[in-house]
Design a binder for this molecule. Structure first.
Ligand SMILES: O=C(O)CCC(=O)C(=O)O
Ligand SMILES: [Mn+2]
Length: 210
């Protein structure tokens, strides 16, 4: 498939941009950012070429396996501390560079790194957090791409309990862009689901400033 040529940015007629109108946040969702055909191809490529690992994290003094597989790729020496783990970047693959280029054209920003999550089934999840590590700078720019099964991406305000939690459906080929003050004021999570769900791959492109 020609991912650089005729299928280039802006040529997927189905791309739909939604600006989520949230207080203290700047969040946009591009549905069908990648076409169905591209998404299917990229899911398969990423599932087979990325070195997925199930890492252990310490929770309340106990080591437990993270409920998903992860990987971290990017520019050399742009290391990252996340969930109490030090991540050393593996070298960009051809597909990751292509995806990065497509996002950079739209965001008018460049990214140094990508943190990836592989949710194998409904039981795989990610708990409440904000992407606010100091390496990401004062107003982190997070470009999040999803392939495979649709999962709920929930957001809650960190201080104002009167603002209702919201749930965004992240569909195959979508791009969610979080910028500005979002990480200061909001947390997000991918909750477990008791439904029998197919796998999903999520890529969060980041700027490591160190
Ligand atoms: O899977 C997702 O959509 C969220 C991933 C995420 O929040 C992260 O990697 O920090
Ligand atoms: Mn996150």
């Amino acid at each position: 498939m020609d991912l650089f040529g005729n299928n280039g940015i802006g040529t997927n007629a189905k791309v739909k941009l939604k600006n989520l109108d949230l207080p203290d946040a700047q969040v946009c969702l591009y549905e069908n950012f990648f076409s169905e055909e591209e998404s299917e191809f990229l899911f398969k490529q990423l599932a087979t070429t990325i070195k997925w690992e199930q890492k252990q994290i310490k929770l309340f003094g106990k080591l437990i396996a993270q409920p998903r597989l992860t990987a971290f790729y990017g520019d050399a020496h742009k290391n990252y501390t996340y969930s109490g783990l030090l991540w050393e970047a593996k070298a960009w693959t051809e597909e990751l560079l292509m995806i990065k280029l497509r996002i950079e054209e739209v965001c008018k920003e460049s990214f140094t790194s990508v943190l990836m999550n592989y949710y194998r089934y409904g039981e795989d999840s990610m708990g409440w957090h904000a992407d606010d590590e100091k390496e990401l700078g004062s107003n982190p720019i997070i470009a999040s791409i999803s392939f495979g099964e649709t999962r709920s991406f929930q957001m809650r305000h960190r201080h104002n309990k009167e603002i209702e939690k919201l749930s965004i459906q992240l569909t195959n080929g979508s791009l969610l862009l979080m910028t500005g003050s979002t990480q200061h004021f909001w947390q997000h999570q991918i909750p477990k689901s008791s439904k029998c769900l197919n796998p999903r791959i999520n890529l969060t492109f980041r700027q490591i400033k160190n």
